[in-house]
Design a protein around this ligand. Structure first.
Ligand SMILES: C[S@@+](CC[C@H](N)C(=O)[O-])C[C@H]1O[C@@H](n2cnc3c(N)ncnc32)[C@H](O)[C@@H]1O
Length: 237
């Protein structure tokens, strides 16, 4: 298990790197300028291709970081976005960017995803790069409450890193690339499919974000993966 305090400290330090690092790099952890450009371009294309039409829809972005996905959802027509992030400074960076772009339909909430509660039902839940920073207990609690935040038939898009040869954990290990100690849990693709099925959210499709041989598949132990789940109407009964 990873130490939640160390995870939080990592993200607090990361928020402090804003200015030295590019906006999106703060949250997506790619620090090479050329790779960051490719990552943003290719991920955005894939996410857009898989997303339902967002025109007039509502989106809950859990672990929203510096808010680039929330902003994109608004640019793509979402009527309302709620962006939940537990590091206040990251939320402030996100809200500054929204203001500068004239986007006023994002509600920024400073809260951990474990503590976040709402009566609202969203059309889409977007969870990107969050689960690998949660311990099993935290993750199970978060997945269990997702159906209650989704309208019947709504979708959940998960973008998370998975272990290629099984579960893989990093405990407070120094990363040269990040210049920081780092902790994360890479679960398997099947783990996520089963965990969502347990709560009546069935897999519609999934795939590694980058094809084999791609320069952004940097570590053999892990791959960035995209999942699209749909809740069954009876999940809310
Ligand atoms: C890799 S970043 C991803 C940010 C954004 N979703 C994206 O795709 O760029 C992970 C984010 O999750 C946030 N986070 C980690 N644990 C969290 C928790 N328990 N509750 C809320 N946010 C959390 C971090 O502060 C960080 O902003």
């Amino acid at each position: 298990m990873i130490d939640p305090d160390k995870v939080r400290q990592f993200w607090e330090r990361r928020a402090g790197d804003y200015g030295r690092l590019q906006w999106e790099s703060v949250a997506n952890l790619e620090q090479d300028e050329e790779k960051l450009r490719i990552k943003i371009r290719e991920e955005t294309a894939k996410v857009t291709a898989w997303l339902p039409l967002l025109q007039g829809r509502s989106v809950l972005d859990l672990g929203a970081g510096v808010g680039q996905w929330s902003l994109r959802f608004c640019q793509w027509g979402a009527a309302r976005v709620v962006a939940v992030e537990y590091i206040a400074e990251l939320g402030r960076i996100a809200s500054d960017h929204a203001q500068r772009q004239g986007i006023d339909n994002i509600e920024f909430v400073t809260c951990s995803v474990e503590d976040f509660e709402t009566e609202e039902r969203f059309d889409l839940l977007f969870i990107s790069g969050l689960f690998l920073y949660l311990n099993d207990q935290q993750l199970a609690a978060v997945i269990a409450k997702l159906p209650g935040m989704l309208r019947p038939g709504g979708q959940v898009m998960v973008r998370d890193s998975v272990g290629t040869e099984g579960r893989y954990e990093i405990h407070d290990r120094y990363s040269e690339h990040l210049g920081s100690h780092y902790s994360a849990i890479y679960r398997t693709r099947d783990f996520f499919v089963d965990a969502f099925a347990l709560h009546s959210m069935s897999l519609e499709k999934d795939e590694h974000v980058f094809p084999e041989g791609h320069p952004l598949n940097k570590y053999p132990e892990t791959r960035l993966h995209l999942f699209l789940f749909r809740s069954s109407p009876e999940a809310l009964e």
